[in-house]
Each structure stands twice: as structure tokens, then as C-alpha cells.
Design a protein around this ligand. Structure first.
Ligand code: NA7
Length: 533
């Protein structure tokens, strides 16, 4: 096997989504040479791959966008309250062109291995076409939800129809007209795609394992007056969002759900339901801390399901029992109502398990569903999947896969002990998926870029988290999570959706305290890190 050697760079960035694009821009600004390797055939990351029908962001477009360039945020015109996947992908392509990023991005290239050479103090990356490149710094901009989870059903290869995963949707699109289609999975991807597919397909069978809590998006064209108001004060609008529990504007109702009587509680929930979207989580201030308070939100949504779905038995099957919001709350456009359609059938796989996939369709314990197509909306190996797909070897031959065998261990979700100069953007142990991803990404990119600038100014060549600081941080992340209700169900936050994955709560709850901690670490001369000249 012959290895082609390409360049030697100051930094290599893995991934060209929101994180990789901005990282490249910042590194260029520091006068560093950088190369981005991207597995996809275009830039966009999550928004390049997730092209399934109905794919849309669940954070409002005025907030789910970069703030590093005021000209960019003033010029770009979002059309809807929640941007669709094609619009976000257009935006990211615009960013790539506007900042002339493409010349340093190599598409269609997957990184398979990353190895640290201690003598040279450099990382070597090997790509899937046996090319190697080297760099002093390596930044994983690989995304939190980028490694699809495709469960192994018996007989999968025997199906004669077409199969799709929502996160690997064909670029040419798919027409379901007149077809019998199954969707397996009712997380956000299922909740968004099911209403759209139901309108096209002749017959839609929804295979549900766990019913889901979802709140209406009330998506609509953006009101130009609102856009003008936000743009007039964009920097302060952005800054304010940092103080909201999930880093987007949510008008937190600062009272306990238990301090309201039933009528008052209903009025509050009605108001947030009418507003729509994830701000529903801010209806009361203790929904994620007090089980009794949390139950009131679950009960309210179950009531809504019974109002919307006409058949009471079907409404019951669609009603979640688990802790509200501990699996990520979904935001939908007509999800529950879709089950009133005569061409839609709910298959509850808890009652009627999938036994195997056969030539003609899906065989459950009760019957065979004959199908033309199967859509797997079965989610991701979240947060660690994309990182661990790469064979990462650090100092003294340490393998990241071994270090993380019992769950990810990082310092601040930014770096790992034993892996000098290797950074993770929105890595496990950082707010990441519990925050608005774009500001979280920008905060990490800025932290990393400032760190490299500092190292350059002070003549440091290597930075690496200390074991003690890392262990203390991991313990802190766990303690904070334990004080919430988040670890109380089988969510992808815990890795519980992937068989065999260690059960560890991966994101850090609390953006504002997290940012303060990152700033404090810097103010104290990169406390907890070892800096080497
Ligand atoms: P999710 O939220 O992980 O949803 C995946 C769905 O697939 C969920 O309903 C799972 O049921 C279901 N699933 C997974 N494996 C199986 C098997 N083996 N059999 C039946 N059903 C299965 O992924 P999404 O892509 O929808 O959303 C991910 C995030 O992207 C979302 O939270 C937003 O942040 C954006 P389960 O609940 O595990 O019982």
C-alpha cells in the first residue's frame, strides 16, 4: 500500500459544518495555515446530510446563525421563524463563499486515523484514500449528531424495496407517491418527516418504540418588523440569550409549577403551547429539577394528545410516560394530528415487536407489513460516535477508544489528557446539545483560537489537559447532571439508544457557568492544562 503525503499545516480541522467553517476562518485570521477534511461532498455538516422531508431546525433562525460577523448577520435574510434544511445549507454555502473558505477544504475525504508523533510534536492524519498530512494542532469539528445509528434488524439485506436513513437522505430526493412506507423511530427526525411523508404515501406505518413529547412549532414567515428590531440590536440580543437556560430566548417563567394552582398552571402551559417550540421548557423554573413539577408538563401534553388525536386508544398509545424533556423535546408541524389520517397506522413495537425484515417488508410478532420503502429515523451515535470512528492515538500510544471505553472523559469538552494539541469543538463535557449549537460552537472556536494565539505569543508548542483537572471536570459534569432529571430516561444524551454504549450523561448543563469557567481557566494562565515550550 502506498501512502501519498500531502501538506504539513499548522492545523488540521476535521469537518466542514458550522464548527469547521468558523474554525478555519479564525485560524486564517491568526495567520496560521489550516486544512479542512470533510467526508461529505459539500460543506454544511449536519445540514448537508439531513435532507429528509420536513428537516428543519428547532431553534429559531434569528438565533441559529453566526454572530462573529456583524455584516453577515445584518445581510443574511432568513425567511421563516424556523429555517428549513435547504435554507440553512444555502446559508452555510454563502458563508463558505463570502469568507473564501473553499480553497482550504478538501471534500469527499474521510479521516480514518489520527496519530500523535511525540518526537516531531505533530499529528499525522490518514484519510480513506491513504493520504497522510501532518499538523501541530488538530481540531475535531465532527459534530454531535453526525454518526447515524442504524440498528441491526434480522434480515435487513433481504428487503426488496428501498431503505433510507434520515441522516443519509438521497440528494436527488425521494418520491413516495402511491407507496406503502414504514418509518421506524419517533424522535425529532421521525416527528418532522412523518407528517410530510404521510401526505405523499398511499400508506404509512409508523413503528414507535417510545412515544415522544412534541410541541407545535407554529412555524411562519418571519415578520419584517421583528427582524428589523432584532437586527437593530443584534449584539445585545445575542448576549441576552446566554443567560437563558438553553441559550436561546425563552422568556423563563420564574416560578415553580407547584406554586400555581391547576387553573393557573393550565393558563401558563396554554400560553407557552400557543407560542410554540422549545421555549415550552421555560413554562416553569423547576421542570428539570422536580419530578412532581415535571409531571405537570407531561400531563399537560398528554391532555393535548387526547384533544388532537380522535381515537382515544390511539391517543393513549401516542402518550409518553417518561420524564418530560429528558429525551430532547421535539418541535413539530402537525405530528399528532397526522395520526388522524386514514392512511396512517401506528405500530407500537412494545406490544408488537419487530421480529425481522423480510423480502416484502417488516414482520412483527403479529403480522407482516408489506412495504415499498423503509425509512430509518433511528437517530445517532451521539456526541462520541464521530470521534471514536477515527482511530485516535495520542501520547505514549494511548488510544482514545480505550480511554473512553467507560464513557468520554474530557477537560471542559475541549481537550483530553494524553492527547496534546487535539481539540474537540462542542465535545462531551461541554454544553453542546443542551445549548443553542451555533453560539456554543462560536464560544469553543474563539476559545481555541485565542489559546493558539496565546501559545504563539508565549512560545508554547503544546497544550494538554492535566489528568487531575480532567477527572475533577468529569465528576463535576456528572454531579450537575445528577441534580437534574435529565439522566432519568434512556436518551441519546446518555448513549442509551446505542446497544453496548456506556451509560454516561455526556453534555454539561449550564451554558453561562460553563463560559465563566472557561474564561476563568484562561485568566489563571490555562489552569488545569500543561503548557510546554
Ligand atoms: P432520536 O431522537 O435518537 O430518535 C430515534 C428514534 O428511533 C427513537 O424514537 C428511538 O426509540 C427509535 N429507535 C432507535 N432504535 C430503534 C429500534 N431498534 N427499534 C425501534 N425504534 C428504534 O434521533 P433523531 O434523529 O430523531 O433526533 C436526534 C436529534 O437530532 C434530536 O434530538 C434533535 O436534537 C435533532 P427510543 O426512543 O430509543 O425507544
Amino acid at each position: 500500500m502506498s501512502i501519498n503525503r500531502t501538506g504539513d499545516y499548522d492545523a488540521i480541522i476535521v469537518g466542514a459544518g458550522f464548527a469547521g467553517l468558523y474554525m478555519l476562518h479564525r485560524l486564517r485570521g491568526l495567520g496560521l495555515s489550516a486544512r479542512v477534511f470533510e467526508a461529505g461532498g459539500g460543506v454544511g455538516g449536519t445540514w448537508y446530510w439531513n435532507r429528509y422531508p420536513g428537516a428543519r431546525c428547532d431553534v429559531e433562525s434569528m438565533e441559529y446563525s453566526y454572530q462573529f460577523s456583524d455584516e453577515l448577520q445584518q445581510d443574511w435574510e432568513w425567511t421563516e421563524r424556523y429555517a428549513s434544511q435547504p435554507e440553512i445549507l444555502r446559508y452555510l454555502n454563502h458563508v463558505a463563499d463570502r469568507f473564501d473558505l473553499r480553497r482550504d477544504i478538501q471534500l469527499d475525504t474521510r479521516i480514518e486515523a489520527l496519530t500523535f508523533d511525540e518526537d516531531a510534536g505533530k499529528w499525522t492524519v490518514r484519510t480513506d484514500d491513504d493520504t497522510e498530512a501532518t499538523a501541530r494542532f488538530c481540531v475535531m469539528a465532527t459534530g454531535c449528531l453526525s454518526s447515524p445509528n442504524l440498528p441491526k434488524f434480522e434480515g435487513m439485506e433481504s428487503f426488496r424495496g428501498a431503505t433510507y436513513h434520515t441522516a443519509r437522505w438521497p440528494h436527488e430526493g425521494v418520491h413516495f407517491d402511491g407507496q406503502r412506507v414504514a418509518v421506524i423511530g419517533t424522535g425529532s427526525s421521525g416527528v418532522q418527516s412523518i407528517p410530510v411523508i404521510a401526505k405523499e404515501a398511499a400508506q404509512l406505518f409508523v413503528f414507535q418504540r417510545t412515544p415522544v413529547y412534541t410541541v407545535p412549532a407554529h412555524n411562519q414567515p418571519l415578520d419584517p418588523d421583528y427582524v428589523a428590531r432584532v437586527k437593530a440590536e443584534y449584539p445585545s440580543f445575542r448576549k441576552e440569550s446566554w443567560f437563558h437556560p438553553f441559550t436561546f430566548h425563552a422568556d423563563l417563567n420564574n416560578m415553580s409549577a407547584l406554586d400555581a394552582d391547576e387553573a393557573e398552571r393550565k393558563r401558563v402551559y396554554d400560553r407557552y403551547w400557543e407560542t410554540g417550540g422549545l421555549p415550552f421548557m421555560a413554562s416553569f423554573n423547576d421542570l428539570f429539577f422536580n419530578m412532581q413539577a415535571n409531571d405537570t408538563a407531561g400531563e399537560y401534553i398528554r391532555g393535548k394528545i387526547h384533544e388532537i388525536v380522535k381515537d382515544p386508544a390511539l391517543a393513549e398509545k401516542l402518550s409518553p410516560e417518561q420524564v418530560f424533556g429528558c429525551k430532547r423535546l421535539c418541535v413539530d408541524s402537525g405530528y399528532y394530528d397526522t395520526f388522524n389520517r386514514p392512511n396512517v397506522t401506528l405500530v407500537d413495537v412494545k406490544d408488537e415487536p419487530i421480529e425481522e425484515i423480510v423480502e416484502s417488508g417488516i414482520r412483527t410478532s403479529r403480522r407482516t407489513y408489506d412495504l415499498d420503502g423503509i425509512v430509518f429515523a433511528t437517530g445517532f451515535d451521539a456526541m462520541t460516535g464521530a470521534i471514536l470512528k477515527i482511530d485516535i492515538t495520542g501520547r505514549s500510544g494511548a488510544k482514545l477508544r480505550d480511554r473512553w471505553a467507560a464513557g468520554p472523559r474530557t477537560y471542559l469538552g475541549l481537550n483530553m489528557a494524553g492527547f496534546p494539541n487535539l481539540f474537540t469543538i462542542t465535545g462531551p463535557g461541554s454544553p453542546s446539545v443542551l445549548s443553542n449549537m451555533v453560539p456554543s460552537i462560536e464560544q469553543h472556536v474563539n476559545w481555541i483560537a485565542d489559546c493558539l494565539a496565546y501559545m504563539g505569543e508565549h512560545g508554547y508548542t503544546q497544550i494538554e489537559a492535566g489528568e487531575d483537572a480532567q477527572e475533577a471536570w468529569v465528576a463535576h459534569v456528572n454531579n450537575v447532571a445528577e441534580a437534574t432529571l435529565f439522566p432519568r430516561c434512556n436518551s441519546w444524551y446518555l448513549g442509551a439508544n446505542v446497544p453496548g454504549k456506556p451509560r454516561v450523561f455526556m453534555p454539561y448543563y449550564g451554558f453561562q457557568p460553563y463560559v465563566e469557567k472557561c474564561d476563568e481557566v484562561v485568566a489563571k494562565g490555562y489552569e488545569g492544562f500543561a503548557l510546554i515550550s
